[in-house]
Design a protein around this ligand. Sequence first.
Ligand code: FE
Length: 228
Amino acid sequence: MNLDALFTLNCGMYILCSGTEKEPSGLIINALVQVTAFPNQVIASVNKESLTHKAIDRSGVFTVSVLERETPLQLIGLYGFFSGKNKAKFSNVKYFIGKTGAPVITEHSVAYLEAKMVSKLDAGTHFLYLGEVLEAEFLNPELKPMLYTYYRDVKGGKVPRTAATYHASPGEEQGVFDRYRCKVCGYIYDSRYGDPDSGIEPGTPFDDLPFQWTCPICGAQRDQFEQV
Ligand code: FE
Protein backbone atom coordinates (compact mmCIF):
# COMPACT_ATOMS: atom_id res chain seq x y z
CA MET A 1 0.00 0.00 0.00
CA ASN A 2 1.26 3.48 -0.87
CA LEU A 3 -0.49 6.07 1.23
CA ASP A 4 1.00 8.83 -0.91
CA ALA A 5 -1.65 7.86 -3.45
CA LEU A 6 -4.17 9.53 -1.15
CA PHE A 7 -2.44 12.87 -1.71
CA THR A 8 -3.97 12.83 -5.19
CA LEU A 9 -7.38 13.43 -3.59
CA ASN A 10 -8.21 17.12 -3.81
CA CYS A 11 -8.34 18.95 -0.52
CA GLY A 12 -8.28 22.65 0.18
CA MET A 13 -7.04 24.88 2.96
CA TYR A 14 -9.77 26.32 5.12
CA ILE A 15 -10.20 28.13 8.41
CA LEU A 16 -13.23 26.74 10.17
CA CYS A 17 -14.65 28.89 12.96
CA SER A 18 -17.35 28.42 15.52
CA GLY A 19 -18.48 29.84 18.83
CA THR A 20 -19.53 33.41 19.44
CA GLU A 21 -18.08 36.92 19.37
CA LYS A 22 -17.24 36.51 23.07
CA GLU A 23 -15.82 33.02 22.72
CA PRO A 24 -14.56 32.59 19.16
CA SER A 25 -12.80 29.43 18.14
CA GLY A 26 -11.15 28.40 14.90
CA LEU A 27 -8.70 26.05 13.24
CA ILE A 28 -7.28 25.00 9.89
CA ILE A 29 -8.93 22.07 8.19
CA ASN A 30 -8.26 20.55 4.79
CA ALA A 31 -11.10 18.05 4.58
CA LEU A 32 -14.30 19.81 3.61
CA VAL A 33 -16.64 18.84 0.83
CA GLN A 34 -20.06 19.75 -0.46
CA VAL A 35 -22.03 16.50 -0.32
CA THR A 36 -25.53 17.50 -1.46
CA ALA A 37 -27.08 20.41 -3.34
CA PHE A 38 -30.75 19.98 -2.27
CA PRO A 39 -30.46 20.99 0.48
CA ASN A 40 -26.99 22.46 0.26
CA GLN A 41 -24.87 20.52 2.72
CA VAL A 42 -21.17 20.18 3.48
CA ILE A 43 -19.14 17.82 5.63
CA ALA A 44 -16.21 19.17 7.65
CA SER A 45 -13.70 16.98 9.48
CA VAL A 46 -12.54 18.48 12.79
CA ASN A 47 -9.89 17.05 15.10
CA LYS A 48 -11.19 15.93 18.49
CA GLU A 49 -8.25 17.52 20.28
CA SER A 50 -9.27 20.97 19.13
CA LEU A 51 -11.32 23.41 21.15
CA THR A 52 -13.32 24.19 18.03
CA HIS A 53 -15.27 20.95 17.95
CA LYS A 54 -16.55 21.74 21.43
CA ALA A 55 -17.61 25.19 20.18
CA ILE A 56 -19.54 23.55 17.31
CA ASP A 57 -21.23 21.19 19.75
CA ARG A 58 -22.23 24.13 21.95
CA SER A 59 -23.36 26.56 19.27
CA GLY A 60 -24.56 24.16 16.57
CA VAL A 61 -23.03 26.33 13.84
CA PHE A 62 -19.74 26.77 12.00
CA THR A 63 -18.28 28.96 9.30
CA VAL A 64 -15.63 28.14 6.72
CA SER A 65 -13.27 30.58 4.98
CA VAL A 66 -11.54 29.36 1.84
CA LEU A 67 -7.89 30.42 2.00
CA GLU A 68 -6.21 31.89 -1.06
CA ARG A 69 -3.12 30.40 -2.67
CA GLU A 70 -0.62 32.90 -1.29
CA THR A 71 -1.89 32.92 2.28
CA PRO A 72 1.15 33.63 4.49
CA LEU A 73 2.45 30.67 6.45
CA GLN A 74 2.04 32.69 9.64
CA LEU A 75 -1.76 32.76 9.28
CA ILE A 76 -1.87 29.05 8.48
CA GLY A 77 0.45 28.37 11.42
CA LEU A 78 -1.66 30.45 13.82
CA TYR A 79 -4.77 28.39 13.10
CA GLY A 80 -3.02 25.13 12.33
CA PHE A 81 -0.33 24.72 14.97
CA PHE A 82 -1.52 26.68 17.98
CA SER A 83 -4.38 25.97 20.34
CA GLY A 84 -6.79 28.64 21.46
CA LYS A 85 -5.96 27.41 24.96
CA ASN A 86 -2.68 29.32 24.95
CA LYS A 87 -2.81 31.68 21.96
CA ALA A 88 -5.22 34.50 21.13
CA LYS A 89 -6.21 33.54 17.62
CA PHE A 90 -8.59 36.41 16.91
CA SER A 91 -6.75 39.46 18.22
CA ASN A 92 -4.77 40.25 15.06
CA VAL A 93 -6.87 38.88 12.23
CA LYS A 94 -9.70 40.43 10.25
CA TYR A 95 -13.09 38.80 10.73
CA PHE A 96 -16.74 39.65 11.13
CA ILE A 97 -19.56 38.00 12.99
CA GLY A 98 -21.81 36.21 10.54
CA LYS A 99 -25.53 35.60 10.61
CA THR A 100 -24.96 32.42 12.62
CA GLY A 101 -23.23 34.46 15.32
CA ALA A 102 -19.89 32.73 14.61
CA PRO A 103 -16.80 34.55 13.34
CA VAL A 104 -15.89 34.53 9.65
CA ILE A 105 -12.21 35.10 8.79
CA THR A 106 -11.94 37.53 5.89
CA GLU A 107 -8.22 38.03 5.36
CA HIS A 108 -6.61 35.94 2.62
CA SER A 109 -10.01 34.35 2.04
CA VAL A 110 -11.53 33.81 -1.38
CA ALA A 111 -15.01 33.00 -0.13
CA TYR A 112 -16.86 31.82 2.93
CA LEU A 113 -19.89 29.83 4.00
CA GLU A 114 -21.92 29.55 7.16
CA ALA A 115 -23.63 26.35 8.20
CA LYS A 116 -25.79 24.91 10.93
CA MET A 117 -24.95 21.46 12.19
CA VAL A 118 -27.31 18.75 11.00
CA SER A 119 -25.51 15.72 12.36
CA LYS A 120 -22.17 14.49 13.62
CA LEU A 121 -20.27 11.27 13.01
CA ASP A 122 -17.50 9.93 15.23
CA ALA A 123 -14.55 9.12 12.96
CA GLY A 124 -11.98 8.17 15.58
CA THR A 125 -9.47 11.01 15.72
CA HIS A 126 -11.98 13.42 14.15
CA PHE A 127 -15.65 14.32 14.21
CA LEU A 128 -17.36 14.73 10.86
CA TYR A 129 -19.90 17.52 10.92
CA LEU A 130 -22.68 17.56 8.37
CA GLY A 131 -23.87 21.13 8.03
CA GLU A 132 -26.61 22.83 6.04
CA VAL A 133 -25.31 25.92 4.27
CA LEU A 134 -27.19 29.03 5.41
CA GLU A 135 -24.96 31.62 3.75
CA ALA A 136 -22.20 31.67 1.15
CA GLU A 137 -20.45 34.60 -0.47
CA PHE A 138 -17.27 35.66 -2.19
CA LEU A 139 -14.83 37.83 -0.25
CA ASN A 140 -11.97 38.20 -2.74
CA PRO A 141 -13.18 36.56 -5.96
CA GLU A 142 -10.07 37.61 -7.88
CA LEU A 143 -7.89 35.32 -5.73
CA LYS A 144 -7.33 31.61 -6.34
CA PRO A 145 -8.05 29.07 -3.60
CA MET A 146 -5.13 27.17 -2.13
CA LEU A 147 -5.13 23.42 -2.61
CA TYR A 148 -3.71 21.27 0.16
CA THR A 149 -1.11 19.83 -2.22
CA TYR A 150 0.11 23.35 -3.00
CA TYR A 151 0.45 24.10 0.69
CA ARG A 152 2.21 20.82 1.40
CA ASP A 153 4.60 20.84 -1.53
CA VAL A 154 5.19 24.49 -2.38
CA LYS A 155 4.52 26.54 0.73
CA GLY A 156 6.00 23.78 2.89
CA GLY A 157 9.16 23.92 0.81
CA LYS A 158 9.12 20.41 -0.65
CA VAL A 159 9.10 21.55 -4.29
CA PRO A 160 10.15 24.85 -5.86
CA ARG A 161 7.96 27.82 -5.33
CA THR A 162 6.19 28.76 -8.53
CA ALA A 163 4.69 31.75 -6.79
CA ALA A 164 5.05 35.21 -8.27
CA THR A 165 7.26 36.10 -5.34
CA TYR A 166 9.93 33.67 -6.51
CA HIS A 167 13.10 35.13 -8.03
CA ALA A 168 16.23 33.28 -9.02
CA SER A 169 18.66 33.58 -6.14
CA PRO A 170 22.30 34.65 -6.28
CA GLY A 171 23.56 31.14 -5.44
CA GLU A 172 21.55 29.56 -8.25
CA GLU A 173 24.53 29.16 -10.59
CA GLN A 174 26.92 27.89 -7.94
CA GLY A 175 24.38 25.39 -6.63
CA VAL A 176 25.16 26.27 -3.02
CA PHE A 177 21.96 25.71 -1.13
CA ASP A 178 20.97 24.17 2.13
CA ARG A 179 17.74 22.64 3.33
CA TYR A 180 16.65 22.31 6.94
CA ARG A 181 13.51 20.61 8.22
CA CYS A 182 11.54 21.76 11.25
CA LYS A 183 11.36 18.78 13.58
CA VAL A 184 8.09 20.07 15.03
CA CYS A 185 5.94 20.63 11.95
CA GLY A 186 7.90 19.34 8.94
CA TYR A 187 8.32 22.72 7.24
CA ILE A 188 11.46 22.80 5.10
CA TYR A 189 13.60 25.90 4.91
CA ASP A 190 15.28 25.88 1.49
CA SER A 191 17.84 28.65 1.11
CA ARG A 192 17.16 28.73 -2.63
CA TYR A 193 13.69 30.11 -1.96
CA GLY A 194 14.23 31.81 1.39
CA ASP A 195 11.12 32.57 3.42
CA PRO A 196 9.37 35.42 1.61
CA ASP A 197 6.43 35.35 4.03
CA SER A 198 8.89 36.34 6.78
CA GLY A 199 10.84 38.79 4.62
CA ILE A 200 13.78 36.42 4.02
CA GLU A 201 15.23 36.84 0.55
CA PRO A 202 15.86 33.86 -1.74
CA GLY A 203 19.49 32.76 -1.46
CA THR A 204 19.79 33.34 2.30
CA PRO A 205 21.73 30.43 3.88
CA PHE A 206 20.19 28.90 6.99
CA ASP A 207 23.16 30.09 9.07
CA ASP A 208 22.57 33.67 7.95
CA LEU A 209 18.94 33.79 9.06
CA PRO A 210 18.33 36.57 11.58
CA PHE A 211 18.57 35.55 15.21
CA GLN A 212 14.87 36.18 15.80
CA TRP A 213 13.74 34.05 12.84
CA THR A 214 11.50 31.14 13.80
CA CYS A 215 9.63 28.49 11.84
CA PRO A 216 6.98 30.44 9.89
CA ILE A 217 4.39 27.74 10.47
CA CYS A 218 4.80 26.57 14.07
CA GLY A 219 7.11 29.17 15.60
CA ALA A 220 9.83 26.65 16.55
CA GLN A 221 13.29 28.05 17.26
CA ARG A 222 16.18 27.45 14.89
CA ASP A 223 17.69 24.73 17.07
CA GLN A 224 14.59 22.66 16.31
CA PHE A 225 15.73 22.34 12.68
CA GLU A 226 17.82 19.54 11.21
CA GLN A 227 19.67 19.56 7.91
CA VAL A 228 18.18 17.39 5.18
FE1 FE B 1 7.71 24.28 12.32
